[in-house]
Design a protein around this ligand. Structure first.
Ligand code: F6R
Length: 243
């Protein structure tokens, strides 16, 4: 997998933002796949800057987020819906009707229908042109934890204990972290036409090395990206120095 190394995470985020801006300016109805978490914050700040200072319009952009925690409603401070509005959508001219995240509060007996509808909505939008990814310590992409199938679709999943541990500080304790989520599948992600995985800092070096150069295995779902024809890992110097 090609890896682009930048001096800082800001510079890496700006490079990804430029690719996204080029897509948005060149296509009438571009479709973005978006991630949450700490990693894409500088990317979203740069997209907001491009909107404010360089006239980049999101009026015709459609977005699909990777995942949402089960049990959290939209207003919950840790919901990914809340995260996306706070860090991006509130600050750009996107049409709220074009924003999509899985629901964290859909009734249990409706989850399968909800997931199938999410897949159908992605298809109806024309598929994802550009998917932004982070990577978890478990090697997850979205919330596809070890054991996820390469052709998996949007579905309900249980979070790995390591993932819940990493989220504990945001929730004020591991017992507050939801046990489940709805996530796009590995197959959903691999259907995107272009994928940018962002990973910053020494702590991500080992999992990035394993994903990019180790065996392709469901024990490290990010390794599936080796089979995608247009994936690039955007990393910072700190990660490169530790790998
Ligand atoms: C978020 C997501 C996750 C994160 C990953 C890294 O929507 O799907 O895969 O990208 O857990 O999280 P951070 O960036 O907080 O290290």
């Amino acid at each position: 997998i090609p890896r682009k190394t930048f001096q800082t995470s800001e510079a890496a985020s700006q490079a990804v933002a430029q690719e996204i801006a080029t897509l948005i300016r060149g296509k009438p109805k571009p479709v973005l796949g978006l991630a949450t978490g700490g990693t894409p914050l500088k990317l979203y700040a740069e997209l907001i800057r491009l909107h404010r200072e360089e006239g980049l319009s999101f009026a015709h952009v459609t977005t699909f987020n990777l995942d949402e925690y089960c049990g959290l409603d939209r207003e919950h401070p840790q919901s990914y819906w809340n995260f996306m509005w706070r860090h991006l959508f509130d600050h750009i001219d996107i049409d709220p009707a074009n924003v999509h995240l899985p629901s964290g509060t859909v009734a249990e007996q409706e989850i399968n229908n909800h997931c199938a509808a999410y897949e159908a909505a992605i298809m109806n939008a024309g598929g994802i042109d550009y998917q932004v990814l982070g990577i978890g310590r478990t090697g997850h992409i979205g919330f596809n934890e070890p054991g996820s199938a390469i052709d998996s679709k949007t579905r309900h999943v249980l979070l790995d204990p390591i993932t819940r541990e990493d989220a504990a500080k945001d929730f004020g304790g591991i017992e507050q972290v939801p046990t489940g989520a709805i996530t796009m599948g590995c197959g959903t992600i691999l259907s995107a036409r272009r994928i940018a995985l962002l990973a910053f800092g020494a702590a991500k070096a080992a999992v990035v090395d394993a994903a990019t150069t180790g065996p392709v295995t469901d024990q490290l779902p990010a390794s599936f990206l080796q089979q995608h024809p247009a994936t690039t890992f955007f990393v910072d110097q700190e990660l490169a120095d530790a790998s």
